[in-house]
Design a protein around this ligand. Structure first.
Ligand SMILES: C[S@@+](CC[C@H](N)C(=O)[O-])C[C@H]1O[C@@H](n2cnc3c(N)ncnc32)[C@H](O)[C@@H]1O
Length: 383
């Protein structure tokens, strides 16, 4: 389901504006998302909302409708007293992500003593979910989430951590598995949030990448060579491969060894040709341009390494062709006040490598933290 992603302070204004157009999704709650809120959009609204919504990032996430007058908090009353629930009103974790049949949520420190009850209530409410996990934040060089299983559904029963611990090892491994299929714009992508990065919130970005790739393909009048050197489990390439006659050859690589098996599975399921000319699998993006067979081979380059994209850019630009139009799309996390400097630096790097860029645009896509935003740059380069 599509959602408007708006700063918290603008929630009411945009919720009212959406309702006035009759584009609000009825029966779905507005979700908190860090410093933003996600306002659900109904399925019958136009693809392009236009007007006051035209600059607002759209975030795609799977949702289950909230039955009238009930949500997971109703079930919390099965486990905690009314006084305890009242005492922490406003602190209970309403925001959660659904990854296939997983529910992942973050919790404030002041309610950690009630994590068991929260997990049981969430699972009781969400009948199709199998496992509830606490998100303890990202760890390690690949910024993978540290996830702690709190409750699981097994043979129709809901088990807490103690119950999970009493299962035999094989059953426990199956019940607590975080490897799940996700459906994104009609494609199934296998991922595992406890070992690799994947964000359903970027689905809309991937859909726009496909549209822009189709525009480039029309310009070039031939299928494209595409490089996704930070590909994760391959969601962007999978979507590009689904568009008929769009991809000629592609590079899909990542430095995290844990993505490779899932990437292979996703590429195979999307019918990626065995005659693909370029590497897929494990590789450090920073050394790709040392391979002469990859230099100036690509029409489209994707760079989704949000904390280091601009630093990596000079080492990746040589992959783009210099004798025909090319497209570069990258995502960067920035302090809002750093945006002008980042734009200037981006322009400088591109002009040094590709003297006549046609255009380079940096846009805010959504709030990332209190002071940081996720931005996206799009550059049309070449002749
Ligand atoms: C933000 S994730 C994006 C993943 C994927 N593009 C997606 O949208 O789901 C960044 C990815 O870059 C990978 N990565 C980090 N440093 C890298 C490097 N030097 N070379 C290749 N991949 C790298 C990480 O393992 C991670 O999978």
């Amino acid at each position: 389901m599509r959602h408007l992603s708006v700063p918290k302070r603008d929630t009411q204004r945009f919720a009212d504006a959406l309702a006035a157009k009759e584009w609000a999704a009825k029966g779905y709650r507005i979700l908190a998302d860090g410093e933003c809120t996600l306002i659900p959009i109904c399925a019958t609204s136009p693809d392009d909302l236009g007007g006051e919504f035209s600059q607002i990032p759209i975030v795609e996430i799977a949702r289950e409708p909230s039955p009238d007058n009930t949500n997971w908090l109703t079930h919390l009353a099965n486990h905690l007293s009314a006084e305890t629930i009242e005492q922490h009103l406003g602190q209970w974790p309403n925001a959660q992500e659904h990854f296939g049949d997983l529910i992942i949520f973050k919790a404030d420190d002041n309610i950690t003593e009630h994590l068991r009850e929260i997990a049981l209530a969430k699972l009781e409410f969400s009948h199709k979910s199998r496992l509830v996990l606490l998100d303890n934040g990202v760890v390690g060089p690949f910024r993978i989430r540290e996830l702690q299983p709190l409750a699981a559904r097994h043979q129709g029963k809901i088990l807490d951590q103690h119950g999970i611990g009493e299962l035999d090892e094989e059953t426990r491994t199956r019940v607590t598995s975080t490897r799940v299929p996700i459906t994104e714009y009609g494609a199934t992508i296998i991922t595992d949030p406890s070992v690799v990065y994947y964000s359903a919130r970027l689905a809309n970005e991937r859909s726009q990448t496909v549209s822009m790739a189709i525009t480039l393909r029309e310009k070039l009048e031939r299928p494209l060579n595409i490089a996704d050197p930070y590909c994760g489990v391959g969601p962007a390439i999978v979507q590009l491969l689904r568009a008929p006659d769009l991809v000629d050859n592609f590079l899909a690589t990542d430095l995290n060894p844990a993505v490779i098996e899932l990437l292979d599975e996703n590429l195979t399921a999307s019918g990626a040709g065995r005659d693909n000319r370029f590497p897929t699998g494990l590789a450090d993006a920073l050394s790709l341009a040392e391979n002469p067979n990859l230099v100036r081979q690509f029409d489209l380059l994707l760079m989704n390494l949000p904390h280091d994209t601009i630093d990596h850019l000079p080492r990746l630009l040589p992959l783009l062709r210099d004798d025909s139009p090319t497209l570069l799309r990258g995502w960067v996390v920035l302090e809002e006040m750093e945006i002008p400097a980042a734009e200037a630096r981006l322009g400088e790097i591109i002009v040094n490598m590709q003297p006549s860029p046609n255009s380079c645009e940096l846009e805010i896509r959504r709030q990332y933290s209190t002071t940081k935003v996720l931005t996206r740059f799009t550059a049309w380069l070449g002749a």
